[in-house]
Design a protein around this ligand. Structure first.
Ligand SMILES: [Zn+2]
Length: 356
């Protein structure tokens, strides 16, 4: 592909780092995720950063040479959702690497200037790529109304919610079936962790373990990051009456949940779709060292070795297609793709996509 043209209000970004998300791996392997189905070749990647190469007419927030983090969702229309400040819900939004919209794993990318954010001096381009998963954590915490001192149970130790320390909750508690991820969660500030056995049977028993570990009648907020049926059930039981369960993970299209238990204890069950207005906070948190995303960067691959990056990601964080049973099915470690700056190719990298 040619280097794209820049229209008024847009910027041309020379890409630097793109992290591989579990959703990228799922699209690569299966060609679809929930209702999103890939029908034509699509560039993957939505967690990225780069350097401004050119600015279009009327752009004032950044200039050539600025290092920026990229917010991948840009609303196309000024619809009711956008007017209400909830542009993540706009049905016509452009979203990088959500079919059919191309993502960031390319050399040059054109984006609306309003959705790129100049990096503070002390935030590197690699770290800036992780402003995206951090944003998922920030938005989930906002949806769950997590406050300072809140008892929070995080089900699934992927990257987004490891970063929940961001939102001030000092009592965080993780469960997962991977020791390695739990170790990382601890490193990143979880106050305790519980390992889920490979085939857990009773969500009530499991919830009891969570309560015992929290030392109270249950979490005020549960951030459920797996989407797996067992975990949603356990999350509900582990939440104290009047508390909130935030559904962050995407699992099977429908699962059984103990709905009357939730209703009669006045639990709020709240959904999450991506984020709105989180980049300024994410970058501020990184620059003030409230959160350190560096431990999330475990591998680096040049763009030419993207396939290897995906293979590595898949191996270390296997994902399943559907009906994942009781195990969390989206793992979310980050593998950074660093693009060699000395190689100014003009072609967009196109990831081979298998349609299922
Ligand atoms: Zn992601």
């Amino acid at each position: 592909r040619q280097v794209p043209e820049v229209n008024p209000g847009e910027v041309l970004i020379k890409m630097n780092s793109v992290a591989i998300c579990a959703t990228d791996v799922i699209y690569w392997q299966f060609g679809k995720l929930a209702d999103y189905v890939i029908k034509k070749p699509m560039v993957l990647g939505h967690e990225g950063s780069g350097v401004i190469q050119k600015v279009g007419c009327g752009v004032t927030n950044v200039k050539t040479g600025d290092k920026v983090a990229i917010e991948p969702g840009v609303p196309r229309d000024t619809d009711d959702y956008v007017k209400a400040g909830r542009y993540n819900l706009s049905p016509t939004i452009y979203f990088c690497s959500s079919p059919p919209d191309d993502g960031l794993m390319c050399r040059f990318f054109v984006h609306k200037a309003d959705y790129v954010y100049k990096l503070p001096d002390c935030v590197s381009l690699e770290e800036a790529a992780l402003a995206e998963p951090l944003s998922v954590g920030i938005h989930a915490c906002r949806r769950g109304r997590v406050k300072l001192g809140c008892k929070v149970f995080i089900c699934g130790a992927g990257k987004e919610l490891d970063q929940c320390r961001l939102t001030l909750s000092d009592d965080r508690f993780h469960s997962d079936f991977s020791c390695e991820r739990l170790e990382k969660a601890k490193q990143m500030g979880a106050s305790a962790t519980i390992k889920v056995e490979k085939c857990p049977t009773c969500p009530i028993e499991f919830a009891q373990k969570v309560k015992t570990a929290l030392g109270c009648s249950g979490a005020e907020v549960t951030l459920e990051c797996t989407g797996a049926e067992f975990c949603v059930q356990a999350g509900i039981y582990a939440t104290r009456s009047g508390g909130t369960v935030v559904l962050v993970g995407i699992g099977p299209a429908s699962v059984n949940i103990p709905v009357s238990n939730a209703a009669l204890r006045e639990l709020d069950i709240r959904g999450v779709l991506r984020y709105t207005n989180t980049w300024p906070m994410a970058l501020a948190m990184m620059s003030t060292k409230k959160v350190d995303v560096k431990p999330m960067i475990t591998h680096r691959f040049p763009l030419e070795q993207a396939t290897e990056g995906f293979e590595t990601s898949k191996k270390l964080a296997p994902c399943r297609k559907s009906n994942p049973g009781p195990h969390p099915h989206i793992s979310t470690f980050k593998y950074n793709l660093s693009f060699p700056p000395s190689n100014p190719g003009v072609k967009k990298y196109k990831k081979p996509v298998k349609n299922s």
